[in-house]
Design a protein around this ligand. Structure first.
Ligand SMILES: O=C(O)CCC(=O)C(=O)O
Ligand SMILES: [Fe+2]
Length: 310
């Protein structure tokens, strides 16, 4: 299983999502995934045989319809979590569904917009969430095993929930490039993104260079969040990323699966040694996101060092 580069972001072929732990192909993919995460905080997961074109088309057809509802209708979709529910800024609008792996939840979500249900939107959301959650679980298992603490994977997953976000960027101004989303790291554990063909996502390398993600129907980008940085005691750094929108004829949509953990995240004792002294106190990611939300009003970004650095 070779790793190649796509504008320098490592690409790992995970087309076989049914990879069996313990097999040669699993170990080889695990090595590629972890090396990429340590070097870049992200990698492109190529899953060509798993994404039917109808599913990819759902971004521009089914999900686009959601944003055509009047603002009052979209505002009815609320959440107690910061940055979840319906959220809009002059640059973009987003709908983020909590606990999205539950089909009851996606049903409730579609019923807000279509009281008699909308089979197509609901099915598309369910299929995306299922595919992305499978990918997230597989990669997380690889990471835990890679550091010799695979035994902690099940309890970590038991306290993990996934939210699903659908983001629509507003048309950029007619001149130059436009900042769609400022530089940030994600405040939860991990993120997986999938886009229509419109470019815009960039990630920052260790050398401070920004490189583009070239979206395609069969590629998902997996990003380490701040939670994974804490858990790994800095072996994997959260991926700094941003969205720049060039002038395009097409609207940019992005789909995201965000993994949260409802327990306190601690560095496993096996990951602390002379070479890797403890960097972080235990962190509750929900409190961390809430504090970040409070600071957003002042245009500030919260850092892990300030919130829970040792
Ligand atoms: O639109 C994108 O591709 C990036 C979205 C993102 O970074 C986020 O939702 O945190
Ligand atoms: Fe992000």
């Amino acid at each position: 299983m070779a790793t190649k580069t796509q504008a320098k972001i490592p690409v790992v072929d995970l087309s076989n999502l049914d990879l069996k732990p313990g097999t040669k192909t699993w170990f080889s993919a695990r090595k590629d995934v972890c090396r990429a995460l340590e070097e870049y905080g992200c990698f492109v997961a190529e899953i060509s045989n798993k994404i039917p074109s109808e599913l990819h088309n759902a971004i521009s057809s089914s999900f686009a319809k959601l944003f055509e509802f009047p603002t009052e209708a979209k505002m009815k979709f609320t959440s107690e979590r910061p940055f979840h529910g319906y959220f809009s800024t002059p640059k973009y609008e987003r709908l983020v569904i909590d606990n999205a792996t539950s089909t009851d939840v996606t049903q409730e979500f579609t019923n807000i917009f279509w009281p008699n249900g909308n089979h197509h939107v609901r099915e598309s959301a369910d299929s995306y969430v299922k595919l992305m959650a499978e990918l997230d679980k597989m990669v997380t298992k690889m990471v835990f095993e890679n550091y010799g603490v695979g035994d902690y994977y099940n309890s970590h997953m038991e306290s993990t929930t996934h939210s699903f976000g659908i983001i629509k960027y507003n048309e950029p101004q007619k001149t130059g490039t436009n900042n769609g989303l400022a530089n940030h790291t994600d405040k939860h554990f991990t993120t997986i993104l999938h886009q229509n063909r419109v470019k815009g996502l960039e990630i920052k390398t260790k050398d401070g260079e920004w490189i583009d993600f070239d979206p395609s129907p069969s590629s998902f980008i997996f990003l380490a969040g701040d939670g994974l940085q804490v858990w790994s005691n800095d072996r994997i750094k959260a991926c700094m990323h941003r969205v720049l929108l060039a002038e395009n004829l097409e609207t940019r949509y992005s789909l995201g699966l965000f993994s949260h953990n409802n327990k306190t995240i601690c560095v496993p004792e096996e990951l602390v040694d002379e070479e890797h002294p403890l960097h972080y106190k235990p962190i509750n990611l929900r409190d961390y996101a809430q504090e970040q939300n409070r600071l957003v009003a002042y245009g500030k970004e919260l850092s892990l060092e300030v919130f829970c650095g040792v």
